[in-house]
Design a protein around this ligand. Sequence first.
Ligand code: F6R
Ligand code: MN
Length: 187
Amino acid sequence: MLETFKQLAHPYDALSAEIPGGKVVERRLSQLQGCFADEAAYQAALEKEDSLLYRVTAIEPADGTGDLHYGLGALYPGKIGNEYFLTKGHLHSAREAAEVYIGLSGSGYMLLEDEQSGESRLEPLGKGSVVYVPGYTAHRTMNTSTEPLTYFGIYPANAGHDYGAIAERNFLKILVEENGKPTLKDR
Ligand code: F6R
Ligand code: MN
């Protein structure tokens, strides 16, 4: 078994979310159409620059039952209007698949939304904090600091990513800066 793995240990650079040999996904502002509540602010920001919001590098060592995949994410700081930079957010295709997010640097939050009930929870993610994302829960990450928010997400190899279901109805809550503080509001 062990001999089937070419590489088990990987060096990583958190601030750039780089892991040599990993699968890289970069998300720019133009790919987050419909995610931010303030459409006018979104269009204005996009006209200025199609900024890189985040990069994720995934390591997928094996795909069998019991195997794990993990991703290193770097979500850069910024806002569209008063809403903090965020990830697209998704449910796992295998809805029961949970995930553990381990904060490495920076600070922000995870917005969790139960697919069935629509119940929302805001949990802090950053240096010194770890978040358990239960199955059946849509999850999105937001950076409320002025430096990159970096983290590892570790999930079952069969989890898969379903972006469509949550994009269609959108997260019910948004995280905006109000009086200098992150504030969770209805969309
Ligand atoms: C994997 C996972 C994270 C995200 C990353 C980017 O299951 O939850 O690695 O993929 O935070 O967010 P999305 O995938 O929503 O663009
Ligand atoms: Mn996930």
